[in-house]
Write a protein that binds this ligand. Structure first.
Ligand code: SF4
Ligand code: SF4
Ligand code: FES
Length: 571
């Protein structure tokens, strides 16, 4: 129902029950916010969104106060501007001002707001916060001196990810954001999803930097430098550079990697195709043996860590297959020495990824064999863009080139694995082909719907596969309920809502419209890809028919597998 409000002496229409902020924004009036997060309940922590409401003695927070019929609001009165300025000046009074060296320089919400409020000097001064870097996590670095206590990280970790790693600790001036018992991140329940990085308005949370070590290796002639990336990564780099994503953009990116100094450029899609093939085989075997086992996917490292620390009962049900990045990395280290006549330790392997948890994944014990890691360094999309800028590479000016054999081609299924439900859809395509059965139109529609839980059935009678898709960890409670009634052959879990398209390693992942656009674009590219199934991919055919028979490491499927055990962390 629509009501009338008066804003800055002008009548506006508002929806009954919506907040003042929502009504203002819909009518083109912007006011600053810091603690607010779209889709989450307001906390009123920063008070930056205050407005004057006639009849109210105190200023009210627009993000939490609902509109009322004929409410008279002033959004930029002298009193309001004074209050907002005072809040920001207080935040700045002990905030480090070494912005030039900050991860968020020119992309910092605090910097933007100070600029908008015309704050040009430090009028209030208190003791600068000492540098308090927590670099104990393989994926996320915390810089407490830059924290403005907005609480966004606490809320996303608790309300969206359901992890509760972070909370406010201490009182008064000693208040800060920390983990259970204020321990370092590596002792905490953090699953390295990076969602806190995406929402932090300052540089207080960022991924662990690995650009410098890549630079150092790129200068070395005694190493074979190889890099892998997925289509989602290429798409996100194009998005960040304001370019159109297409296959020719991927070819330009291949050329860019070569100019940076990489000797070989590979596709993570290879690992996805191996994973789809192996997982489909595992399910078909279970069905033929009538084993009745439920298999949980293990391609999302953040979900795997969550399971290891809180769901011990699921560990023996995890499929065991590594993530596409690690499968590709393991096969590179097993096959490339034979092809290129180098020692495994002479290969420096880099993965560029959308996911901060992939940095943790590469450091898992079972992703190192005989003292050699499957992947040496993982860079996020954000870091990759920095590297491209550092080397002055103008993507617009590059001619393209293909990725390198033997890991150059990918199927349309492989593209889907970056989406929640994508691995399930790919496995369904493979099993449909294998058994000559098809999804009914109703089930096809369910495959790509949104929501935290969905279930799909392929086939009927004796040959029936039941799939469950848990989209974000919130869906696990629905899974638990449904499992009391339904037996699932495969349960796919991805920790981040919508999948890797919301990964913590890419700017913009907190914005719903950007994530939707990424999903649309990946689905479109997958549809356009000429190689439909992993079995049609010449790289995969070569791997199974040509490379495995002559290579003991590859023949031993263990290189594709992880093992899992209960992890003790402070919850
Ligand atoms: S770390 Fe960032 S998101 Fe968390 S409270 Fe501090 S400023 Fe806000
Ligand atoms: S990385 Fe994810 S799990 Fe870890 S603190 Fe941030 S939001 Fe929580
Ligand atoms: S944005 Fe409204 S109180 Fe912080």
């Amino acid at each position: 129902m629509q009501i009338t409000i008066e804003v800055n002496n002008k009548k506006l229409r508002a929806e009954k029950g919506e907040t003042i902020l929502s009504a203002l924004n819909r009518n083109g009036i912007n006011i600053p916010t810091l603690c607010r997060l779209e889709g989450l309940s307001p906390t009123g922590a920063c008070r930056l969104c205050v407005v004057e409401v006639e009849g109210e003695a105190m200023l009210v927070t627009a993000c939490s106060e609902p509109v009322k019929e004929w409410m008279k609001i002033r959004t930029h009165s002298p009193r309001v501007i004074r209050a907002r300025k005072a809040i920001v000046e207080l935040l700045l009074s002990n905030h480090p001002d070494n912005c030039l060296y900050c991860d968020r320089n020119l992309a910092c919400e605090l910097q933007d707001i100070a600029y908008e409020l015309n704050i040009r000097e430090r009028r209030l001064s208190s003791d600068a916060m000492p540098v308090m870097l927590d670099q104990s996590s393989p994926a996320i670095t915390r810089d407490l001196a830059k924290c403005i206590l907005c609480g966004r990280c606490v809320r996303i970790c608790e309300e969206v990810m359901t992890i509760n790693t972070l909370g406010f600790i201490g009182k008064g001036r000693g208040t800060h954001v920390g983990t259970t018992m204020d321990k370092d991140f590596n002792f905490s329940s953090c699953i390295h999803c990076g969602q806190c990085v995406n929402v932090c308005p300052t540089g207080a949370m960022h991924e662990r930097y690995n650009v410098k070590e890549v630079q150092d290796y790129l200068d070395r002639d005694d190493m074979l430098k190889v890099v892998q990336y997925s289509s989602l990564v290429a798409r996100s780099i194009a998005e960040e550079l304001g370019m159109k994503y297409s296959t020719s953009f991927e070819e330009k990116l291949n050329e860019a990697f070569t100019r940076l100094g990489f000797d070989r450029v590979y596709s993570t899609g290879f690992g996805s195709d191996v994973l789809i093939t192996e997982l489909s085989e595992q399910l078909a075997k279970n069905k033929s043996k009538k084993s009745g086992a439920t298999v949980f996917t293990s391609h999302c490292p953040a979900w795997v860590k969550f399971a290891e620390q809180t769901m011990e009962g699921v560990l023996d049900k995890l499929s065991g297959f590594k993530s596409p990045q690690q499968v590709t990395g393991a096969v590179i280290k097993a096959l490339v020495p034979q092809l290129e006549k180098v020692e495994p330790e002479q290969i420096y392997s880099v993965s560029v990824t959308a996911c901060t948890a992939a940095k943790y994944d590469a450091r898992r014990d079972d992703n190192t064999r005989k003292g050699i890691s499957d992947i040496e360094t993982v860079l996020t999309v954000r870091e990759m863009i920095r590297l491209l800028r550092l080397y002055g590479i103008d993507m617009n000016m590059l001619d393209g080139r293909h990725a390198d054999e033997p890991f150059n081609l990918k199927s349309s299924c492989s593209l889907l694995t970056s989406l929640s439900g994508g691995l399930t859809e790919s496995v369904i395509r493979v099993l449909s082909e294998r058994h000559g059965i098809e999804l009914s139109p109703g089930e096809i529609r369910k495959l790509r719907t949104v929501g935290s839980f969905r279930e799909i059935t392929l086939g009927r009678g004796k040959l029936k596969y039941n799939f469950a898709i848990v989209n974000g960890l919130k869906g696990l409670s629905q899974l638990e309920e449904m499992q009391k009634k339904v037996h699932y052959d495969l349960v796919e879990v991805m920790a981040c809502d919508s999948g890797c398209v919301r990964g913590g390693g890419m700017d913009g992942s907190e914005a719903e419209s950007i994530v939707k656009e990424r999903v649309r674009s990946i689905c479109k590219s997958s549809k356009a890809n000429v190689i439909k199934l992993p079995a049609d991919n010449p790289s995969i055919r070569n791997y199974y028919d040509r490379w495995i028979p002559g290579n003991a490491d590859l023949a031993d499927r263990k290189i594709l597998m992880n093992s899992y055990s209960k992890k003790e962390v402070l919850l």
